[in-house]
Write a protein that binds this ligand. Structure first.
Ligand code: GLN
Length: 454
């Protein structure tokens, strides 16, 4: 994999930082343990992985795609990082991402865009474009992403790979640089559903260092993937979300989705239409809640505690150093979100904006509850379109935000959701994703249906 990275990453730019030495040392440690007669530390011991640069790695730079953290080397490992190391998984390096995970194309990275391995003129999705591109380019067999509004699933869909957003609280957020704490969730990325399940079981589980971590057994995702691979969905009830079709959906994506639904039926599933009327308000609610939380979370980048500090020449006040550092360190999208969030939270506006968005969030959760009283899983296209061209949406934030139309409801409700490859669009020959959504703590259903379908 290191050789492959050497060959293709100059063009793809999935990695911000490759840690060949660390990866080889971890791989050798696995070899030594096995040669000494020890059992492997996990089923994926020795299988290398690409880690999104939003998760803290002790002794290895963690930039979040931002100039603000360009030189920040964490003194500790995120819980996900620690679990990977304990499982004998060599970490190949840190992958490119939209700055602070804000974006849908990886073009908001301060260190240049990642290119879609299927077509280098197109985006690999975002914010975790680097992780999914590394899989599609065969630079890594496993990767970790984080999903606040779709950043695992949307890059998975447009690169033809698998991406899973576990139930909120299923994977620890300790050491995951916070964007929107009530939505952020780390999860597995892989080329097959079973690979994703094996990685899921390694990173999931209760963590006392994360107060929102769920203290419950990890859903049996590997067993469910193996069950799914038998290719029989008899007894499974699948709901097609009526709201996620029509205007704005490419015809090729729509046809791929209809074919996917036919295939689920052919595998034995019972398919019904389910209406979730409040899902159409998910996007506007998200773009109030996520920036509000971001404006608060990003206040910690004050030029004193982490990374970048400019104008520290003795002629500027502490306040000037803070404001000049934030001016220099944050890119335009991050500034836009901080301003939007600060405004939405300010006194007099709080109830009108943030308060209403939280009410919409409750209505979306109720839509899911009503739907899951009727069906086991819900399905939709993962994204309304295939990968768009680099540069096409950079000047149009609203167009960029539409990439997450179908993925956001699961974040707002905290449910589990997956994107699984659904073939190529008959319109442009680019990958399309099928989104599967399950209730919180029922992540195993995604794996059963996803493995049967893929
Ligand atoms: N594209 C969405 C945003 O810009 C989602 C990002 C994410 O899931 N981290 O906020």
């Amino acid at each position: 994999h290191l050789d492959r990275i050497g060959e293709v990453d100059g063009a793809v730019h999935a990695f911000l930082n490759v840690d060949a030495e660390g990866a080889l040392a971890a791989a050798r440690a696995v070899d030594t343990a096995l040669a000494g007669g020890q059992a492997p530390a996990s089923p994926i011991a020795g299988v290398p992985l690409a880690l999104k640069d939003v998760l803290a790695t002790k002794g290895l730079a963690t930039t979040c795609g931002s100039k603000t953290l360009e030189n920040w080397v964490p003194p500790y490992d995120a819980t996900v990082t620690r679990k990977l190391r304990e499982a004998g998984v060599p970490i190949l390096g840190k992958t490119n991402m939209d700055e602070f995970a804000m974006g849908s194309s990886t073009e908001n990275s301060a260190f240049g865009p990642t290119r879609n391995p299927w077509d280098h003129t197109r985006i690999p999705g975002g914010s975790g474009g680097g992780s999914s591109a590394s899989l599609a380019a065969f630079e890594a067999p496993l990767a970790i992403g984080t999903d606040t509004g779709g950043s695992i699933r949307q890059p998975g869909a447009v690169t033809g790979t698998v991406g899973v957003k576990p139930t909120y609280g299923g994977v620890s957020r300790y050491g995951l640089v916070a964007f929107s704490s009530s939505l952020d969730q780390a999860g597995p990325c892989a080329r097959t559903v079973l690979d994703a399940a094996l990685l899921h079981e390694v990173i999931a589980g209760h963590d006392p260092l994360d107060s929102t971590s769920i203290d419950a057994p990890v859903p049996p995702v590997v067993a469910a993937a193996r069950e799914g691979l038998r290719g029989d969905l008899t007894g499974v009830k699948v709901g097609v979300v009526t709201e996620f079709s029509g205007e704005g959906y490419q015809a090729g994506v729509q046809r791929s989705f209809e074919a996917a639904v036919d295939q689920l039926r052919a595998l034995g599933a019972e398919v019904v239409e389910v209406s979730c009327p409040n899902f159409v308000y998910a996007l506007p609610a998200y773009y109030l809640i996520a920036p509000s939380e971001a404006s608060s979370n990003l206040a910690r980048f004050d030029a004193m505690r982490y990374g970048l500090r400019v104008a520290d020449d003795g002629t500027h006040s502490a306040e000037e150093v803070m404001s000049l550092t934030r001016e220099a360190g944050f890119g335009p999208e991050v500034k836009r979100r901080i301003m939007l969030g600060t405004y939405a939270l300010s006194s007099g506006y709080y109830d009108a904006y943030y308060g209403s968005a939280q009410k919409v969030r409750t209505l979306i959760t109720r839509d899911f509850e009503a739907a899951f009283a009727q069906v086991d899983v819900l399905v939709s296209p993962t994204t309304p379109t295939t990968a768009f061209k680099i540069g096409e949406r950079v000047d149009d934030p609203m167009a960029m935000y539409l990439a997450d139309l179908c993925t956001i409801p699961a974040n707002l409700a905290g449910n589990a959701a997956m994107s699984v490859p659904s073939g190529l669009s008959d319109e442009d020959g680019l990958p399309v994703g099928l989104q599967i959504m399950a209730p919180a703590l029922a992540d195993d259903r995604l794996y059963r249906v996803g493995a049967a379908y893929e």
